[in-house]
Ligand binder design. Structure first.
Ligand code: AMP
Length: 112
C-alpha cells in the first residue's frame, strides 16, 4: 500500500519524532498550523476515523493516553486541541488515521 504515514511508521521516510512505542508514533507536522503541531498515528493502517471498529479501537484509546502524556511533558498549561479530519469535506489529505495536536496560540474562533 502506498501510504506515506505507513512509510513513516516503518522508518522508510524520516520524521521529527516526538514519541514511539509498539503501537503508535508521534511526530511534528511538516507544515505546522500552530507553534506546537504534532501528529499521533497508529502504526497499523486505519484509513480514517470512519474505519474505527470494536476490533481496532484500543489503539485509539492508547493514542489519547499518549497525547495526555506528551502534552503534560510539553507543559501546555494554556491548553491544546486534538483534531482528526475525516474525508473530503474535512480536508483529510492523508488517508491514514492521525490526530493533530495543536497548541501555543489561541485556537478559537478561527477553528471550530
Ligand atoms: P490532514 O489534512 O488532516 O489529512 O493532515 C495531514 C497532515 O499531515 C498535514 O497537516 C500535513 O502537513 C502533514 N504531513 C504530510 N506529510 C508529512 C510528513 N512527511 N511529515 C510530517 N507531516 C506531514
Amino acid at each position: 500500500m502506498d501510504c506515506i504515514f505507513c512509510k513513516i511508521a516503518a522508518g522508510e521516510i524520516p520524521c521529527k519524532k516526538l514519541y514511539e512505542d509498539e503501537q503508535v508514533l508521534a511526530f511534528h507536522d511538516i507544515d505546522p498550523k500552530a507553534p506546537v503541531h504534532f501528529l499521533v498515528i497508529p502504526k497499523t493502517h486505519i484509513g480514517s476515523a470512519s474505519e474505527i471498529t470494536s476490533g481496532n479501537s484500543a489503539v485509539v484509546a492508547h493514542i489519547f493516553e499518549v497525547i495526555a502524556k506528551l502534552t503534560a511533558q510539553l507543559d501546555l498549561k494554556n491548553g491544546y486541541r486534538v483534531v482528526t479530519n475525516c474525508g473530503k469535506d474535512a480536508g483529510q489529505s492523508v488517508e491514514h488515521l492521525h490526530f493533530h495536536v495543536l497548541a501555543g496560540r489561541l485556537l478559537y474562533p478561527d477553528m471550530a
